[in-house]
Every structure is written in structure tokens, then in C-alpha cells.
Design a protein around this ligand. Structure first.
Ligand code: PLP
Length: 367
């Protein structure tokens, strides 16, 4: 059976150089907090990775805090503002929207971009302590005007957090170019291992201590460092940033898919297509098809795609991001399908996908 992996926004293939690095570090013993030689060697690898990430984002290494990934990074930032007024876009990842603090949602346009006019009104009405807006949405690939959002938020006296998970290694930026106070990153979206990430923060910021009971990470995050994972993250970050020109070329394959699927049926619609998106992501819907039918059909054909995260309010499994964009009411019979390509995607994979697509179209949604 054909195996096609088009879920790179979910997690992407680990790069071979990262596997070598992680394996080498795992073969060594040593806790990075220990003062003996083994510990110091482990520490050296952690600090090397920290310098790599810091250089790529043009920050001081002390402004990089390693953690277990972006869920922890987002929780750390949001929980640090518990009890204060927080504005976050309605299309943030659940690790922001459901981090356990009250959030005032910032609406997005039909294209899935934060509505700057409505945002300005909310800033005036609420004078928030924190504004949290992602750089690239994981479901649509739509790029958010983070620099402008940060400028407006700062002028209103707020701190700014940006979940940059889906932007890192895809768009060139630094912390300062965005003008944000907090950035969250995750290694497994860029060819690194799962379960490791970083919170990057501005000078003078003291991140909330989410995990207590240990002096690691300059007393900012308790828990033994994942030395092998962190070392792999450092390598993956360098490779991903160097690979941005290559990543951008994925838009040729993405456009080929979009042209084909829209021509294949009037029931297919692409979302966010008329605004800026990263090169690898297509979010489409198919009218009058149940989402589960579509997901199961792809799976049986050996194709890995995603339907997006469900609307928490709706009884059906429809993407809450598309709900926020006003694409459909939560009870509509529409199948959302997210296709996300990655560094390991080949032209052959795309051609095979289009053959599967036509087969499913003939079987499931041919009018
Ligand atoms: N934020 C965004 C935009 C994501 O896409 C993801 C992963 O799906 C996360 C946060 C959570 O990242 P992690 O898997 O590192 O916890």
C-alpha cells in the first residue's frame, strides 16, 4: 500500500544528523547538574545547543530556557499572567486557549488573520497585561501580522507572547524583529526529537516558574534536562534555518495539489489561500461529506492527513480554527482536511497523493 505522510505540522521526520547526535548523547552517562566530569560533559552539550538557538534568534543564551516543548512553553507564559487580563487570538493552539487562565479572544478575519481593527478596540477596552498571538497557524498555515500586533500591544502597555512553533525554520525572524517578550518553540516541528522545546524571552523578563523543586535552567524550570533531546534540538534548529530556502520551494508542490483538488470538484474549498501562508500547508474543506468518512478513507489508502482540532463547543469534529474564521457553523456536514508537507516530502509522494485523491473523489464526493 502507498504510504504518504502529509502531516508534517503534526510532527515532521527527524533529520538523520539529529538522530546521530541524539544517539551519541544517549550513549553517554551524565546529569547536566552534576559537577563531576560526566556531568560537565552533559552540561557542555546543553550549553552548546543553547548558544545555537540563541544565535539563530539573536538573543543572549541566558534568554533561552529549555523545556519539554511548546505546550509547556505556552502554559508557562499564560500561567504567569493568571488573574490578569489576557488577550489571545481565537485560533491559538489549545495549549494557549486551554492553559487554565481566562482569555479574551481576539477575532480573526475570514482568511484566518487576526483582525487588527477589532484587536485595537479590545486593547482600548481591556488594557491587557498580556497579548498572545501565534506567528503561523498550525491548521491553515496563515502568517499573522505579529510585528504590528506587538507594536500595538506594547503601545497599550502589554507584554507580548508569540507561539512561533509553526514559523521557526520556515520564516526568517528574530525575537527583536518581532518585538515580542516571549517566544515558544518546539523541536519536533523542525526535524528534532519530540518532548523538547524552548521558551525564549526578552532581556529583563523573568519567566513564571511552572515546574518547582529543582535549580535547573537557572532556577527557572525544575527537572533534569533532556540532554540528548536538547542537543538534537540544537542541530535540528541550525539545519531548519539553513533549510528555509528549500522549505519555501514546497509551495510549488503545495500549489500543484491545490490546483488539482479544486479542479477536481466544486465541493472543494481552500481556506486562507488569498493571504500570506507558509509554503507547506493547505487547509481545505469538502462539502457534504462527514469528516470521519474522509479521515478513515485517507487512512485506509495509507495517507496521513489531519482534520484539525475540533471546535470545543461543537458536537462534531470540525476544526475550531475554521469555526473562528466563520467558514461554517459547528454543526455543518463538511469535512476539513489539512495537508502539511515537510522537508522529507517528494514529488512522487505528491503524484501518488493525487491518484489517491481522484480515487476517493470518484467514490465519496463525485456529484
Ligand atoms: N503550538 C502550536 C502552534 C503547535 O502546532 C503545537 C503542536 O501541535 C504546539 C503549540 C504544542 O507543541 P508541543 O507538541 O511541543 O507541545
Amino acid at each position: 500500500m502507498t504510504k504518504i505522510y502529509f502531516d508534517h505540522n503534526g510532527t515532521t521526520a527527524i533529520r538523520p544528523e539529529v538522530i546521530s547526535e541524539v544517539s551519541a548523547r544517549m550513549a553517554e552517562v551524565g546529569n547536566a547538574s552534576s559537577t563531576h566530569g560526566f556531568g560537565r560533559e552533559a552540561r557542555r552539550h546543553v550549553e552548546m545547543a543553547r548558544r545555537k538557538i540563541a544565535t539563530l534568534l539573536d538573543v543572549d543564551p541566558q534568554q533561552v530556557l529549555f523545556n519539554s516543548g511548546a505546550t509547556e512553553g505556552n502554559n508557562t507564559v499564560l500561567r504567569g499572567f493568571e488573574g490578569q487580563t489576557i488577550l489571545a487570538s481565537a485560533i491559538e493552539h489549545p495549549s494557549v486557549l486551554e492553559s487554565g487562565v481566562d482569555i479574551i479572544p481576539i477575532p480573526v478575519t475570514r482568511d484566518g488573520v487576526v483582525d487588527l481593527d477589532k484587536f485595537s478596540v479590545l486593547l482600548d477596552q481591556h488594557s491587557p497585561a498580556l497579548v498572545s498571538v501565534m506567528y503561523v497557524n498550525n491548521e491553515t498555515g496563515v502568517i499573522q501580522p505579529v510585528t504590528e500586533i506587538a507594536r500595538l500591544a506594547k503601545a497599550a502597555g502589554a507584554k507580548v507572547h508569540c507561539d512561533a512553533v509553526q514559523a521557526f525554520g520556515r520564516i526568517k525572524f528574530t525575537r527583536a524583529s518581532l518585538g515580542v517578550d516571549f517566544l515558544t518553540l518546539s523541536a519536533h516541528k523542525i526535524g528534532g526529537p519530540q518532548g523538547v522545546g524552548a521558551l525564549v524571552f526578552a532581556p529583563g523578563i523573568h519567566p513564571h516558574r511552572l515546574l518547582q523543586g529543582g535549580g535547573q535552567e537557572r532556577r527557572q524550570r525544575a527537572g533534569t534536562e533532556n540532554v540528548a533531546g536538547i542537543a538534537g534540538f540544537g542541530i535540528a534548529a541550525e539545519l531548519a534555518i539553513a533549510g528555509i530556502p528549500q522549505f519555501e520551494k514546497l509551495s510549488l508542490l503545495r500549489d500543484k495539489i491545490e490546483t488539482h483538488v479544486t479542479a477536481s470538484s466544486p465541493r472543494v474549498h481552500i481556506h486562507g489561500q488569498s493571504t500570506s501562508r507558509v509554503a507547506n500547508t493547505t487547509m481545505l474543506t469538502i462539502d457534504k461529506v462527514a469528516v470521519d468518512t474522509m479521515m478513515m478513507a485517507f487512512d485506509l489508502e495509507g495517507v496521513a492527513v489531519s482534520a484539525g482540532s475540533a471546535c470545543s463547543s461543537g458536537s462534531t469534529r470540525l476544526s475550531y480554527v475554521l469555526c473562528a474564521m466563520g467558514v461554517f457553523p459547528p454543526d455543518l456536514n463538511v469535512a476539513p482536511v489539512r495537508l502539511s508537507l515537510g522537508h522529507s516530502t517528494t514529488e512522487k509522494e505528491v503524484e501518488d497523493f493525487l491518484i489517491v485523491w481522484d480515487k476517493l473523489r470518484d467514490r465519496i464526493f463525485k456529484d
